[in-house]
Design a protein around this ligand. Sequence first.
Ligand code: ADP
Length: 378
Amino acid sequence: MGVWVFLSTRDNDQPQEQREGNKADELLAVGTLFEATLSGMREGLLVVDKDMRVVASNPAAHKLFSASTTRLKSQRLTELTRNPAIYSAFLDGLKGNEVTGVKVETHGPDRQVFDLRVVPIGNVNGNGAEGALGVFFDITRTERLELVRQEFLSNVSHELRTPLTSILAFVETLETGAKEDPESCQRFLSIIRKNASRMHGLIDDILELTAIEGGNVQLRARPVELHAVVDDVCASLAAQAEARGVTLENNVAPGVMVQADSRRLEQMLTNLIDNGIKFSPQNGTVSISHEPGTRDRILVTDDGDGIPAQHLERLFERFYRVDRARSRELGGTGLGLAIVKHLALLHGGEVTVESELGKGSTFTIHLPKTPVISADKT
Ligand code: ADP
């Protein structure tokens, strides 16, 4: 192995006795190091002889094949696993071929996915190799991220396609004559504008979420006067609230301080209050209050429709919506709560929801008194 090559090139210019002493020490050290490396590796390692019996393995491999198996030594590979992909990869290895990219999955509650690479070892001649070494790379996380990425891309494409299709359809209608009728022309143009601004909002939210998730958003948490921040947010949403006949109530006592990045706190409150307005009935009320405790709690409460219990768990996922059509109709992107969740996590806090059908919902931002600022990669 490479370790031996390293030793023999180093000790040439020393007296022989010293060389031997060094060699024993170094061998011991290398042996310990080697064992420690194999034991510490996340990758499972399995060596079989030409009869397909396991002659070496590391703890990661023990775990992979069966948590209760502490020694795999001298078991046949077929006794260990019935997975044909693993068997044929090792068989190929014994024939003298290098095999890469074999996907191996474990089943059960802790599903894991591995990428298996098998290489022949020892002399490879007409009868094949003396043994084969297989390395199982754990790609569970990579696979999961890839799935999330694909799902995200497909959601984004779908979300963009809907308004785009509508824009194209109305442009075509205008081109084929509707533009001559001023009333239709005005109506169609306003539909086009609405859809275009939806796409705009969606792209803004996607960029924002990507930046937060990518760890590219730096927070500057300092003491912030909550009442004033809530006032600012309510003022910026006043027109929307008025249009829907919803009253905004700032119930935070003046002087209450919380530890937050004020711009990001505003963003979280804007998303939550905006939702409160959208999902409130005519003449509804959205109120914002503060509760002290080991963590500061900022509550946004509405007296809207409420959210059915079965949706609560997934509500903060990207693009998750209780009623997709209604959310679209209200100009939603389905990303607002995901952004709130990530910003709250970045503050070292969290966001939670309580809701009762027909009575309304309360979204609570929990902020630590001393913020833990960490890059959020969930
Ligand atoms: P959207 O852009 O659709 O509002 P969000 O991520 O902000 O996206 O919210 C996701 C979904 O959660 C909404 O579509 C809606 O179904 C539900 N929701 C959020 N806030 C409320 C609320 N205050 N009352 C009722 N439902 C809500």
